[in-house]
Design a protein around this ligand. Sequence first.
Ligand SMILES: *Cc1c(COP(=O)(O)O)cnc(C)c1O
Length: 373
Amino acid sequence: MDLNVKRTWAEVRLDNIVHNLKTIRATLPAGTRFLGVVKADAYGHGAVAVSRTLEANGADYLAVSCLDEALELRAGCVSLPILILGHTPVEYLPILLAQNLTQTVSNLAKAREYSAAARALGQTLRIHVKLDTGMGRLGFLCDGERFEQGVENVAAACALPNLDPEGVYTHFARSDEPGEEARAFTLGQFKLFRDLLAALEGRGIRFRLRHCAATGAVLNYPETAMDMVRPGLLLYGYGDEGRLGLRPCMRLVTRVATIKTYEPGTPISYGGRFVTERRTRMGVIPVGYADGLFRTLSDRCAFAVAEGFAPQRGRICMDMCMIDLTDLPDARIDSRVEIFGETASLDKLAETAGTIPYELLCSVSKRVPRVYV
Ligand SMILES: *Cc1c(COP(=O)(O)O)cnc(C)c1O
């Protein structure tokens, strides 16, 4: 792809995905399976390219949020097992079966629907049962006084015909948080999960794949690895604070489109909120909030050029914004500007925006071409 025709692009390093996969794997007990979470277009990195890379490098499973995301992978010739984390309406059951997809089942009513529909087709749907141990989102209710009823319902779901309950999982709400309170909460969730599994085993129900650890738990609670781990963010090189030596896989890059010199006292961009205080060499870069650069970052961030960091000035517009190049005299029209990546930290940008790196990665919009290097 000719980068010279691109206004703004996202370089994705698939070799870093491989590095991260291998690095995470090396921290796991032998035999632990690896599920790569590739929902939301692989956190903006491109789901098919990332999934193919994972498949070629020994990942065991993939997960997406919905049927459309799973079908995109199958259309892209990805043959690994794929778990759909969210709900799929029962009318799509023939597609789940035909595409060999694994469906999450989060309550007894849905299990009954899938079972009946699969039975009518004379086929068996592979499922993973989801237990809500404290996330307060999807899953069979089974905490506190609802423990017995929860076990009862899961057992009933697993006994239904034409369902193959291959796996069981839960999701931690606070495993990425420091502090004793979050630790106690996470270990409480893990204990409840194991207690539920023990109660189910008491009824003769054993799952082949028990999993609960996403990024936070892979890093902070290695004892929760069980049969399979389920990281997303970590795979893309974030969230480990340098502890594992993971490598960021995406660089958001643009080029200086125009440079103008303004006298002191010149207002810049919508609302004239920023006013130059000195004679200023101002660059215009073709990246704005329609590309995923949050407007809330206006006047609060800096981007990397070859010589150093250029502060962003004035309101970020839909398609462009301005950067101060006065102290970076070597920066010219066409000079590359890294919004985040190797030099400009995504973590820092996310913190400034008052959010998490997940949201910035997923926000890099469709207009920004992904370039695989
Ligand atoms: C998104 C998601 C993950 C991956 O989370 P990370 O924090 O990115 O590792 C794992 N499991 C479930 C159920 C998820 O929804």
